[in-house]
Design a protein. Structure first.
Length: 293
């Protein structure tokens, strides 16, 4: 039996900023339209967090039973390490998905946006299909698309829509930005795992790009995400405060380009998660300060 600390470690807490960031940005975009709804924002955050935890446990289960995690470098994996049985990890994933759907249903009832039931179902199916099932798309190099769409576009724009009933240009820019940073986090994880993924037949985008280009794509994604705010600057000058995040990106970018040992890339995951959270906070602050100008 895995200990409570191991279950918490298996939930991969360093990935949770990727779930919170789009909710912050989406809520700030709603605030700019004078439509901020605190309860809706809280429900959206709970759904996003539970989906992220569910994805993490689902990946742990699916990669574990396939043997993908047997020779990996990085934090504990419950199934791969033998700390927990595959069945228990699978039940944990399904439990997180079920509670996420419950809170999502509450949000849909409050907002009367019944068509979002299909979006929620799509999120859960995509979360499981990432590494689960007979033909997991994460093994075909499409996991980055899932992350960008669901932890970028869907999470951010869905948060804005369930509060304001519409979306805006800042919401779209923020959705693209936080989606790219979430993809950068995934890229850092997958670059570290290239040797073990190749051995296990897992063709992630990092594997397909090759070590050098995969590392370069990480830097490119961070750069594009941050510089996108320039689009909003003419009418919202406070958005330029997002550029203050550039110094925080220098160290993880340097490690990605120059870190030859796989273990040297492990800190990049935490740093990228914090960058995503910092991006969301500065982006949101920029929108709030620009409101009414």
């Amino acid at each position: 039996m895995a200990t409570a600390a191991q279950w918490i470690q298996g939930a991969r807490l360093r990935t949770l900023p990727a779930a919170i960031a789009p909710v912050l940005i989406g809520s700030a975009a709603a605030y700019e339209m004078a439509a901020f709804r605190p309860l809706n924002a809280i429900l959206a955050a709970v759904v996003a967090l539970l989906l992220q935890v569910g994805v993490n446990y689902a990946n742990d289960y699916s990669d574990g039973i396939r043997g993908t995690d047997e020779n990996r470098v990085g934090p504990l994996r419950l199934v791969g390490s033998g700390a927990a049985s595959p069945e228990h990890v699978k039940y944990a994933a399904f439990g997180a998905f079920a509670v996420a759907m419950l809170f999502g249903l509450m949000l849909i009832i409050i907002t009367q946006t019944w068509w979002l039931l299909l979006v929620g179902l799509g999120c859960v199916m995509a979360a499981w299909g990432y590494t689960g099932g007979k033909n997991p798309y994460g093994y075909m190099g499409l996991g980055d698309v899932f992350v960008f769409v669901f932890f970028g576009l869907v999470a951010t724009l869905g948060t804005t829509y369930t509060q304001a009933g519409q979306i805006s240009l800042p919401a779209v820019v923020g959705a693209i930005g936080t989606g790219l940073i979430a993809c950068a986090l995934l890229m850092a994880n997958n670059v570290r795992d290239i040797p073990s993924d190749v051995q296990a037949g897992k063709r992630t985008l990092a594997v397909r790009l090759g070590d050098k280009h995969a590392r370069e794509s990480y830097v490119l994604m961070l750069a594009v995400a941050i510089l996108l705010v320039v689009i909003l600057a003419p009418s919202r000058p406070w958005m330029l405060i997002v550029l203050l995040l550039i110094p925080a990106c220098l160290m993880p970018a340097w490690l990605m380009i120059n870190g030859r040992k796989r273990k040297s890339l492990i800190p990049v995951l935490k740093q990228t998660g914090l960058i995503n959270l910092g991006y969301a906070l500065l982006f949101s602050l920029g929108l709030v300060l620009s409101h009414g100008i």
